[in-house]
Write a protein that binds this ligand. Structure first.
Ligand code: APR
Length: 227
């Protein structure tokens, strides 16, 4: 089976009803990144940070995967599919995709602030005083700005083994995720589906300036035509 690697960003989940970060009216317009998405922000005002992610978690539990999530899951019938997502939602999982790497963490998990290996499933609000089994405060299982991205080496290896790469709904502003495209072997096809794609990719890329729900289906029709 051909290996399709998929790199998704917030635009993947936009039609499910989750806001992106950098679009007009996006999350970073209404919230200060430094205050809600850094370790410094968390130590200065943990309540604010916990409330920001509590809101995100509540919203996530009210939305569903869209047809693009489902189309990627169905592609597993004919292709080996690995999804590398920058998204912290679980919509790829709920659509039924099997191989998913969450580069920036997961909203429905929390972890110990003293031991990264203590990770717990979490569906309700997280508050000050919610402790791990070692007795220290729990934090969202999210990779904040300035923190290392533990799964990046695994993601690089996955990209090296791609027969094609689909980039969906990301502004490619955040590194190291944005650099993954460079690891796909030069002769392989790369498709970039985004209504407002950045044009700075220095590789040959087929750009599909559409929303995820229409653009993903077009690319999948193309991939399965020659299967
Ligand atoms: N379908 C596809 N793409 C869409 C749609 C849609 N319906 N609506 C918007 N988009 C595109 C936008 O044009 C934009 O290019 O989704 C992209 C969203 O970009 P960002 O908001 O920057 O989100 P993302 O690239 O995922 O951000 C990366 O930044 O804040 C951090 O950790 C956070 O994982 C996130 C990372």
């Amino acid at each position: 089976m051909k290996h399709v690697v998929v790199l998704t960003g917030a635009g993947m989940s936009a039609e499910s009803g989750l806001k992106t970060f950098r679009d007009a009216n996006g999350l970073w317009e209404g919230h200060d990144i430094m205050k809600v998405a850094t370790a410094e922000g968390f130590s200065k005002n943990p309540e604010l940070v916990l409330e920001f992610y509590n809101q995100r978690r509540k919203q996530l539990l009210q939305v569903n995967p869209n047809s693009a999530h489902h189309a990627l899951s169905a592609l597993e019938k004919t292709h080996k599919v690995t999804i590398i997502t920058q998204n912290v939602d679980d919509l790829h999982e709920r659509a039924g995709s099997k191989n998913i790497l969450h580069l920036h963490g997961e909203l429905l998990k929390v972890r110990s602030t003293v031991d990264d290996s203590h990770i717990y499933n979490w569906k309700h609000d997280l508050s000050l005083g919610d402790l791990c089994e070692k007795g220290s405060q729990l934090r969202p299982h999210i990779v904040w700005f300035g923190e290392p991205v533990p799964l990046i080496s695994q993601a690089i290896e996955i990209c090296k083994s791609a027969d094609s790469l689909l980039i969906i709904g990301t502004s490619l502003q955040v590194y190291p995720a944005a650099s993954l495209v460079q690891y796909v072997p030069p002769e392989k096809d790369i498709f970039y589906i985004d209504p407002k794609p950045i044009m700075a990719l220095n590789k040959h890329v087929t750009i599909i300036s559409e929303k995820a729900t229409t653009g993903v289906q077009k690319v999948i029709d193309e991939l399965t035509k020659y299967n």
